[in-house]
Design a protein around this ligand. Structure first.
Ligand code: PLP
Length: 397
């Protein structure tokens, strides 16, 4: 018999579409895949070279649990320079991707009986991590009309004596929203007032396309800093998804707990990757700039194309590499005899009939939407948009 903990788990709904797309591709069908949240660029050359050098230099053994000194010092410098926030290297714990530090953070502060506020649309793994820890996710919607900015009134109303944490993500997957300084400050003040933690996932930090820029909530006051657990990683910003490296930064008490959890699970992140990550931070940032330019160009193209199509629309998301396409007007239209009753039905039809893979918004508690990931080549984006447009033209009342 499996545990109740596991029975509560929902298999990843994003993986469902990615797996289906892979299957079609394996059958020789040309699928335009907007489903995977992964940069389509290779890891920059200088980072790969640093990885090879780490192997040749014999850096192939266990490292200390929280990561090599050199890397934690580099992350502390990065946090100070890019995010105006001070963490000592001892207040940083390097982990396997951003996912493991997130999991560690949830396990460090949440248990049975606790509630964790998760703004929606939100990334699929937050609620599952919270459930695994035995706590209860409490969903608070953000609205497209507000450009998916956090609804602070609704968040305050959702706070109870059991609220242990809120999990935020800026820039956001799936909405591309970048939370404003004033919103973050007010949220921080709520966390101080009601004594809950803010687990702030900032993995898309480098991908902001307008003037606003990314703000790390821990930088906003000393009191807010104490409530924060900052999570970041190199997967998205340095095209290093397969290297598996990220980190948590938090006050002494929390980081000690995170380190203890990690010491009994993965021990430490991959040693070779840790040396490559030092190069990512220290080396030339030119390739990051190139990726940023490409993502911005693709984002603008898709926004133009989607808003020119009938019955679907999108806002202008300032960050990450995702766009939420509003499909509400398509509900109850039909493809042949199949009625579009949900984002799942629409995403399934787009995949099977037009060979375009997207994620149904239902996966993010946002059934009126489909998520497009534009970390895909310009040519594929153009072809994907053409296919979507042709498919939507075939729908009837
Ligand atoms: C919001 C968000 N946080 C964390 C992660 C996990 O990142 P990593 O691959 O570094 O574990 C992802 C990956 O898709 C993500 O979208």
């Amino acid at each position: 018999m499996l545990t109740k903990r596991v029975e509560r788990l929902t298999p990843s709904k994003t993986m469902y579409f990615t797996a289906k797309a892979k299957k079609l591709k394996a059958e020789g069908i040309s699928v335009i895949d907007f489903s995977v949240g992964e940069p389509d660029f290779p890891t920059p050359e200088n980072i790969c070279e640093a990885g090879k050098k780490a192997i040749d230099s014999g850096h192939t053994k266990y490292t200390v649990v929280n990561g090599i000194d050199l890397l934690r010092k580099e992350i502390a410098i990065k946090l100070q320079t890019d995010n105006a926030v001070i963490y000592t290297p001892e207040q940083i714990c390097v982990g396997t991707g951003a996912k493991q530090p997130l999991f560690n953070a949830v396990f460090a502060v949440c248990e049975e009986g606790d509630e964790v506020i998760i703004p929606t649309p939100g990334w699929v793994s937050y609620e599952e991590m919270v459930k695994l820890a035995g706590a209860t996710p409490v969903f608070v919607p953000s609205l497209e009309a507000d450009d998916f900015e956090l609804d602070l009134d609704a968040i305050e109303k959702a706070v109870t004596k059991r609220t242990k944490a809120i999990m935020i993500n800026t820039p956001n997957n799936p909405t591309g929203a970048v939370h404003k300084t004033e919103t973050l400050r007010k949220l921080g003040e709520l966390a101080v007032k009601y004594h809950f933690y803010i687990i702030s996932d900032e993995v898309y930090e480098k991908l902001v396309y307008d003037e606003s820029g990314h703000v790390c909530i821990a930088s906003l006051s000393d009191e807010i800093w104490k409530q924060c657990i900052i999570i970041n990683g190199l997967s998205k910003s340095y095209a290093m998804t397969g290297w598996r490296i990220g980190y948590a930064a938090a006050n002494n008490e929390v980081i000690k707990a995170i380190k203890a959890i990690q010491s009994h699970t993965t021990s430490a992140s991959n040693s070779i990757t840790q040396y490559a990550a030092v190069e990512a931070y220290q080396g030339n940032q030119g390739s990051i700039k190139k990726m940023h330019e490409a993502f911005n160009r693709r984002r603008n193209y898709i926004i133009g194309r989607v808003n020119a199509m009938s019955d679907i629309s999108c806002n202008t998301p300032p960050g990450a590499f995702y766009i939420m396409v509003n499909i509400k007007k398509l509900f109850h239209k039909k493809y042949e005899t199949i009625e579009i009753t949900s984002s799942q039905v629409m995403a399934d039809l787009l995949l099977s009939e037009a060979h375009v893979a997207l994620i149904a918004g239902e996966a993010f508690h946002a059934d009126d939407y489909l998520r497009i990931c534009y970390a895909v080549s310009d040519e594929d984006i153009e072809e994907g948009m053409n296919r979507m447009e042709q498919f939507i033209q075939k729908l009837h009342s």
